[in-house]
Design a protein around this ligand. Structure first.
Ligand code: NAD
Length: 327
C-alpha cells in the first residue's frame, strides 16, 4: 500500500490501521507539515518503509493500492506557499494517477469539504457543485482539490482507472499539528496554556467534527468497496456545533481558566459546514460512532502530553455522571 502524506495527521493513523491489518506500507512524504515523530513507533517495523519525496515529481514504485493524502490541510500551512499548494494537489494528483494507471491499481483521493466553498445549501450533499471563490487566499487549496477531483474522474472515464474520492469534513484527533491554526487544536492549546480562546467572528458559525478513528474507518471501507463506488463520498460527522460551543466544551473538559475573546472573521471563512452522509451510510455502511466529548478527551490528553509533563485536569462525562481524570 502506498500512502502519500503518510507522515501527517490522517496519514499516520491510516498507516497504523493498514499495518495492523498485515499490509506492507510505503509512506511517501516530503515532511512539509508531517513529522517523523508521527511514525516513530514504526521505525524498524518489517512492514513499513519511508520515502522522503515530493509528489509534485513523478514516482516509480510497485504497489497494489494508493491512498493520496499529500497536501497541507490547514490554512496557515497551505497559504504559506500557495503556488506549491496548487502544485501539490494538481501535479501530485497527475503523478499519482499516472502511477496508478501504469500499475492498473485502485487509487483513493483525500478530497475535502472545501470543494463546497461557502455553501448555499445545507447540509451539503455530493451533488452540490459548491460556491467557491476562484481567486481568494483559500483558492489554492479549494480549487487545487477541485481540479484534483476533475483529474480523478477524467482518468476514470478516459482510462477506466478504479478511483475512490473521499470528501473529508473537519477531522480531529491526536497527532494534529499543534500550531496549524485549526479550530480544535487552536482551542485546546489555548485552553491548556490558560490563554484566551480566540473566536473568529461571534462564534456562531457552525462546524461538524469527526474523530480520526471514524474517518480512517471510512477510508478503508471506501477503498474496499466495489468498482461501481467511485465517490465522491462525504466522510464526516453530521452532528453540528457552533464554534462557540466547541470553545466552551474544551474549557469545560480541560478545566481551564481561559476566557473567550472575539477576533475578525478571516476572508471566505465558511459560515456553515455540515455533511450529508446518506451516501456513505448507503454504499459503505459507514457511520461515525465517537462522540465529540470522547474524541476531545483523547485529543486533549495528546496535546497535554506535547505541551508539558504537567498533569491536566480533564473532565470526562459518561451518561449523566461526570468524572475528573488527571492526564
Ligand atoms: N484533517 C482534516 O480535517 C482534513 C479535512 C479535509 C481534507 N483533508 C485532506 O486529508 C489529507 C491529509 O490531511 P492532514 O490533516 O493529515 O494534514 P497534514 O498536513 O497533517 O498531512 C499532510 C501530509 O502531506 C505531506 N505533504 C504536503 N505536501 C507534500 C508534497 N508536495 N509531497 C509529499 N508530501 C507532502 C505533509 O508533509 C504531511 O505529512 C490532505 O490531503 C487534506 O487536504 C484533511
Amino acid at each position: 500500500m502506498l500512502v502519500t502524506g503518510g507522515a501527517g495527521f490522517l496519514g499516520s493513523h491510516l498507516i497504523d490501521r493498514l499495518i495492523d491489518a498485515g499490509h506492507d506500507v510505503l509512506c511517501v512524504d516530503n515532511l512539509f507539515t508531517g513529522t517523523r515523530d508521527n511514525l516513530a513507533h514504526l521505525h524498524g517495523h518489517p512492514n513499513f518503509e519511508f520515502l522522503r519525496h515530493d509528489v509534485t515529481f513523478p514516482l516509480y514504485v510497485e504497489v497494489d493500492e494508493i491512498y493520496n493524502l499529500a497536501c497541507p490541510a490547514s490554512p496557515i500551512h497551505y497559504q504559506h506557499d500557495p503556488v506549491q499548494t496548487t502544485k501539490t494537489s494538481v501535479h501530485g494528483a497527475i503523478n499519482m494517477l499516472g502511477l496508478a494507471k501504469r500499475l492498473n491499481c485502485k487509487i483513493l483521493q483525500a478530497s475535502t469539504s472545501e470543494v463546497y466553498g461557502d455553501p448555499s445549501v445545507h447540509p451539503q450533499r455530493e451533488d452540490y457543485w459548491g460556491h467557491v471563490n476562484p481567486i481568494g487566499p483559500r483558492s489554492c487549496y479549494d480549487e487545487g482539490k477541485r481540479c484534483a477531483e476533475t483529474l480523478f474522474f477524467d482518468y476514470h472515464r478516459q482510462h477506466r482507472l478504479p478511483i475512490k474520492v473521499a470528501r473529508i469534513f473537519n477531522t480531529y484527533g491526536p497527532r494534529m499539528h499543534p500550531a496549524d491554526g485549526r479550530v480544535v487544536s487552536n482551542f485546546i492549546m489555548q485552553a491548556l496554556e490558560g490563554e484566551p480562546i480566540t473566536l473568529y467572528g461571534d462564534g456562531s458559525q457552525t462546524r461538524s467534527f469527526c474523530y480520526v478513528d471514524d474517518l480512517i474507518d471510512g477510508f478503508l471501507r471506501l477503498m474496499d468497496s466495489g468498482p461501481e463506488v467511485t465517490g465522491p463520498v462525504n466522510l464526516g460527522n453530521p452532528r453540528e456545533f457552533t464554534v462557540r460551543q466547541l470553545a466552551e466544551k474544551i474549557i469545560e473538559l480541560t478545566g481551564s481558566r481561559s476566557t473567550i475573546v472575539e477576533a475578525p472573521l478571516p476572508q471566505d471563512d465558511p459560515r456553515q459546514r455540515q455533511p450529508d452522509i446518506s451516501l456513505a451510510r448507503q454504499v459503505l455502511g459507514w457511520n461515525p460512532t465517537v462522540s465529540l466529548e470522547d474524541g476531545l478527551v483523547t485529543t486533549i490528553a495528546y496535546f497535554a502530553g506535547l505541551a508539558s509533563n504537567r498533569p491536566v485536569a480533564v473532565t470526562k462525562r459518561t451518561g449523566s455522571s461526570a468524572a475528573t481524570a488527571a492526564i
